[in-house]
Design a protein around this ligand. Structure first.
Ligand code: GDP
Length: 305
């Protein structure tokens, strides 16, 4: 599996280098502090967290009279880590539940807007789980997009797991999800990962569709994780749509994809604050091994460069 720090460092974050240059100036003027805030905002940190970080940093730089780049970097690292929040529980709930004396598979529901990387993430996650010796079944409940089930099945074949799908376009997604979980239960699978459609028609429609999928799945086994997939390159713009999903789907964690394609790593902080759930996984490329658990320390070191 790829290392978050290495991959972020390679994508050339402007945050670390720029901030350090500015922070190490002899006398920091108000203009300098404004410029520093601008840099944080450009990295998609969000207004609230940027102000919070700046305030804490200003106070500490002043109180401690710190100037050497190494010492400034340490303070910046500490403050960044604080706002990323290393105390959040980022583990995936993948223990198999026991229902009426029967052990069921852990179910992961993948939700999010089309194009954010849901299907790819399902494939990569399956790969990680298989590498951990877990048996996995995939459910292609994105029946809206014609090629989605094929794409998922290709991923399934690639990582060596079964994909449950319907051969009919526009089939009932809840029925496919139910089938996948039932197949997983019958096969004694450890985890069933269900891909869903990301059509954001309207909130009521989405609520109906995801609500039905959840209800139908939980007839067979409780939901372990509902992971919201969010494209880091859409930054703050993707947030509004993500918010709708998080409101209707009972999201338990965020997968932030395409972090390899952006220097705006600050979105991690913004999205956690906005949606109130931790980033649990990050996508760092299109390949099968390009998924990593989100590690706050690694992340902060990566964006500081
Ligand atoms: P879905 O519509 O949400 O299921 O999105 P897909 O899984 O089809 O992904 C959309 C595009 O994003 C594809 O070209 C993927 O290869 C690409 N993609 C997904 N995750 C990542 C990632 O972490 N990094 C990069 N660079 N591309 C990604």
């Amino acid at each position: 599996m790829v290392r978050l720090r290495d991959r972020l460092a390679r994508s050339g974050s402007p945050l670390g280098a720029r901030l350090l240059t500015m922070l190490s100036r002899e006398q920091l003027t108000e203009d300098d502090w404004d410029e520093i805030e601008e840099t944080l905002l450009l990295a998609d940190l969000g207004t609230g967290p940027a102000e919070e970080l700046l305030e804490a940093l200003r106070t500490r730089v002043r109180v401690l009279g710190v100037r050497e780049p190494a010492a400034v970097r340490d303070l910046l690292r500490e403050e960044l880590l604080k706002i990323v929040d290393p105390t959040l529980d980022r583990s995936l709930a993948l223990d198999r539940p026991v229902v009426d004396g029967e052990t069921k598979p852990a179910v992961v529901l993948m939700v999010g807007v089309n194009g954010t990387g849901k299907t790819t993430t399902v494939g990569k996650l399956a790969r990680v789980l298989v590498a951990e010796d877990k048996s996995v079944v995939l459910g292609a409940a994105d029946t809206f997009r014609a090629a989605a089930a094929d794409q998922l099945q290709t991923w399934g074949a690639r990582v060596g797991v079964e994909t449950v799908r319907s051969d009919r376009d526009g089939a009932d997604p809840a029925a496919v999800a139910f089938d996948a979980v039932r197949t997983g239960a019958a096969d004694g699978a450890d985890v069933v990962v269900v891909d869903t459609a990301g059509r954001l028609q309207n909130k009521a429609g989405l609520m109906d569709e995801l609500g039905k999928i959840s209800r139908v799945i939980t007839r067979e086994a409780p939901l372990g994780e509902v992971l919201l997939v969010l494209d880091a390159t859409t930054g703050q713009n993707g947030m509004q749509q993500a918010k709708v999903f998080s409101e209707v789907a009972g999201v338990t964690g965020i997968v932030l994809t395409k972090l390899d394609g952006t220097a705006k790593g600050g979105i991690v902080v913004a999205v956690q604050r906005e949606l109130g759930v931790p980033v649990k996984l990050v996508g760092l490329g299109e390949g099968p091994d390009d998924l990593a658990p989100f590690d706050p320390e690694d992340f902060v070191d990566g964006i500081l460069g």
